[in-house]
Ligand binder design. Structure first.
Ligand SMILES: [Zn+2]
Length: 308
């Protein structure tokens, strides 16, 4: 009976507690819902990206599989095998260089390549820039067997590197690094079945263009006259010359900056560069992880001059 006067307040407290509990539950549910919606958006975007228009496989194309690749090819068996050997060698070399970032093969889907028998066939089916000699349109790499070139597979190695960056390592896409790595591996020599990163094959793009770079020895003059794209413009894309009218210059600089960062003074910056690749190559990160951009630019310019 003595409890009676307290009963209404007990009911009120209980009601408040129940409301709070329900409210907490509701907030939690909302968060779960929002997270699921965000994940669905990301998935939708990547499906959309994967569904970008791709050229139809040619009617006479064959299907070939290797340890890590599934290839649709119109090239002959020997040519296809040369390209397969090259991309498998790339897969090994890439995995070694980025062993901390590349998960051991989980037996998932094979990486997709389309190989055309010759350049005209590729050009007739080119879904990329008109000047492209090869391209990677997620999830497929497209290239031709460059029969008339001494290195007939370098275009495919270049694109297959973009594919590894995106689908295997999952690196955030930063143009100067993505192209830097693709040209770095694409210009490397294949020796007795092994791709040796950083050994320069002169019969590859953009290395064969190197002698036309026309550097004068004065960094300031070369920036002034447009012979050199400043490091800040390369990294940020801001105040940068139009790439369509400076394709080769851009690719020489993408290639040489990555080569420099891996090999300058016996790899002084190599570990830092790998960290930068993993963390994202903004100018801020570059200066934090590698060093002051102006100082590095000067060392890099001298290094490239030495290579020429
Ligand atoms: Zn590329």
């Amino acid at each position: 009976m003595r409890l009676m006067p307290f009963l209404p307040s007990i009911i009120i407290v209980a009601a408040i507690a129940a409301t709070l509990l329900y409210w907490r539950h509701w907030i939690h549910e909302q968060r779960v819902l929002e997270k699921a919606q965000a994940q669905a958006q990301v998935a939708k975007r990547s499906v959309k990206r994967d569904r970008a228009a791709h050229p139809a496989p040619l009617p006479d194309a064959k299907h070939v599989e290797s340890a890590h690749y599934a290839i649709t090819t119109t090239a002959d068996a020997a040519q296809t095998q040369r390209v397969v050997d090259a991309v498998e060698a790339l897969y090994v070399a890439y995995g070694r260089l980025f062993s901390a970032h590349v998960a051991p093969a989980a037996g998932g889907d094979k990486l997709k390549l389309t190989l055309y028998a010759y350049r005209e066939q590729f050009k007739a089916n080119n879904y990329s820039m008109p000047w492209a000699e090869a391209y990677y349109l997620r999830p497929i790499c497209y290239a031709y067997y460059a029969k008339s070139e001494r290195n007939p597979y370098h275009w495919m190695i270049h694109e297959a590197t973009h594919q590894l960056n995106a689908e295997v390592a999952g690196f955030r896409k930063v143009k100067w690094i993505d192209e830097g790595l693709a040209t770095y591996f694409g210009t490397s020599r294949l020796e007795r079945g092994r791709l040796i990163p950083g050994t320069i094959d002169p019969d590859t793009y953009p290395v064969w263009w190197l002698t036309n770079a026309g550097l004068t020895g004065s960094l300031d003059d070369d920036i002034e006259t447009g012979r050199w794209i400043p490091i800040r413009a390369i990294i940020t894309g801001r105040d940068a010359p139009n790439i369509n009218s400076n394709v080769n210059r851009y690719y020489i600089q993408y290639w040489s900056l990555s080569h420099f960062l891996f090999h300058y003074e016996n790899g002084r910056y190599a570990a830092a560069y790998k960290r930068l690749i993993a963390e994202g190559g903004s100018l801020e990160n570059f200066e934090k992880i590698i060093g002051r951009a102006d100082k590095i630019e000067y060392e890099w310019y001298r290094y490239l001059q030495g290579k020429i």
